[in-house]
Design a protein around this ligand. Structure first.
Ligand code: AMP
Length: 399
């Protein structure tokens, strides 16, 4: 069966068509600038020229119509008609406490995803639009929602309850939810497979280091803690996000220096992290280059990033009573050997040794620890789309 995976953002949309018999991705596409002047769709197929549509796409409906047109375009010759799409899997950021697993979408499910929107006002609304438009354009195709929060629903109370008045949890759902769950689940399962071990016997720390960064403690195949929290702002420092800071900074800036809450949100989400400290960029490649050139603020930004990740790895090894494998994934984790090495510096006491030659490999499954290491360290490219497609096929085969 060919499964379409949709990841709808506020002004962008990523998609893949995956042949689930071979688990091969047939097409990868990206629509950018939806609702903004200069909309563009770029579709890639291995061994062929890119297929590009530059047309006004004022909303997600028009964008998804173009996606369907691109999928049946003659040059790429992937599918002849939309009927060949057996199912659609949608990435949904927040499933609240209701969804600890993926779910087949019907009217009731759609309603409860809408109810979770207040918890993720930036993320869930575009996900919902993507679902609604696909249901309108493909009314007979089964659809499944796969939640970023679902994998972390196994966390025990001591890791997800915030030390605030308990009624804030009961009344408003304020707790740690965690994000990037599909990625943490994929790489933890993959590393167990590569190590030829039963995941039930493993303690794994997964480090998803991309534009957003989060770590998870995965014990026996279950997430028992993760660094993002009520929102994806918490945890380690990121490209533009602060990660966890003393919350009093907010009232101080507002009361003493007259900042408005919108300014604060903008600072914490878009102007902090590696960008905020370096003053250069949120893109690690730029900051790494500047640090190489001797820029002190670039060096400081990277040092703080490494320190935060290192501390989080150590904490998770601690709460699990040890660690069998540490996994790096996502844009930075898969590509930057320097970042991996620096994030692990000083943690050798856990029982690993890094092999520099192995660590120089980029973007593929690779053990980067030496054969003698008791604790194994890996880089594993994440594949959230495949995970979404797998869940989609599994669920619709039960309908
Ligand atoms: P993602 O959100 O997973 O797409 O990751 C995006 C991040 O990966 C950006 O900060 C990029 O700078 C970073 N990245 C991509 N390639 C490299 C690389 N070769 N070295 C360092 N960082 C990289």
């Amino acid at each position: 069966m060919k499964t379409l995976v949709i990841n709808c953002g506020s002004s962008s949309l990523k998609y893949q068509l995956i042949d689930m018999e071979t688990e091969k991705s047939l097409v990868q596409g990206l629509v950018e600038r939806i609702g903004i002047e200069g909309s563009i769709l770029t579709q890639k197929v291995e061994g062929k020229d890119k297929y590009i549509i530059k047309e006004n796409m004022p909303n997600h409906k028009v964008a998804i119509e173009h996606v369907l047109k691109a999928l049946i375009n003659k040059d790429h010759n992937i599918i002849q008609s939309m009927d060949e799409i057996g199912a659609v899997g949608h990435r949904v950021v927040h499933g609240g406490e209701k969804y600890s697993h993926s779910v087949v979408i019907d009217d009731e499910v759609l309603e409860s995803i809408k109810e979770c929107s207040s918890l993720a006002p930036l993320h869930n609304p575009p996900n919902i639009i993507g679902i609604e438009v696909c249901r309108e354009l493909m009314p007979n195709t089964p659809m499944v929602a796969v939640f970023d929060t679902a994998f972390h629903q196994t966390m025990p109370k001591e890791s997800y309850i915030c030390p605030l008045p308990y009624e804030l949890y009961e009344k408003y759902g304020i707790r740690k939810y965690g994000f990037h769950g599909t990625s943490h689940m994929y790489v933890s399962q993959k590393v167990a497979e590569v190590m030829e071990k039963d995941i039930k016997d493993l303690k794994i720390v997964t480090c998803h280091l991309g534009n957003g960064c989060s770590l998870a403690a995965v014990k026996g195949g279950k997430s028992i803690d993760t660094s993002m929290g009520f929102t994806p702002l918490a945890g380690v420092m990121m490209g533009t996000r602060s990660g966890s800071i003393d919350p009093s900074v907010i009232s101080y800036l507002m009361e003493v220096h007259g900042y408005e809450i919108n300014d604060i949100n903008e600072i914490l989400n878009k102007k902090s992290g590696v960008l905020g400290i370096s003053g250069i960029s949120s893109d690690f490649r730029d900051v790494l280059e500047e640090a190489e050139n001797g820029n002190e603020r670039a060096k400081l930004a990277l040092n703080i990033f490494h320190y935060k990740v290192r501390a989080q790895i150590a904490a998770y090894a601690g709460i699990m009573g040890g660690v069998d494998a540490i996994v790096f994934t996502a844009g930075i984790g898969e590509n930057s050997s320097v970042t991996r090495k620096e994030c692990l510096k000083g943690l050798e006491f856990l029982g690993f040794e890094i092999d520099d030659e192995r660590n120089s490999v980029r973007g593929k499954i690779q053990e980067i620890s030496t054969d003698n290491s008791k604790v194994k360290v890996y880089e594993i490219p994440t594949n959230e789309e495949l995970m979404i497609a797998r869940d989609t096929v599994k669920l619709i085969s039960n309908i």
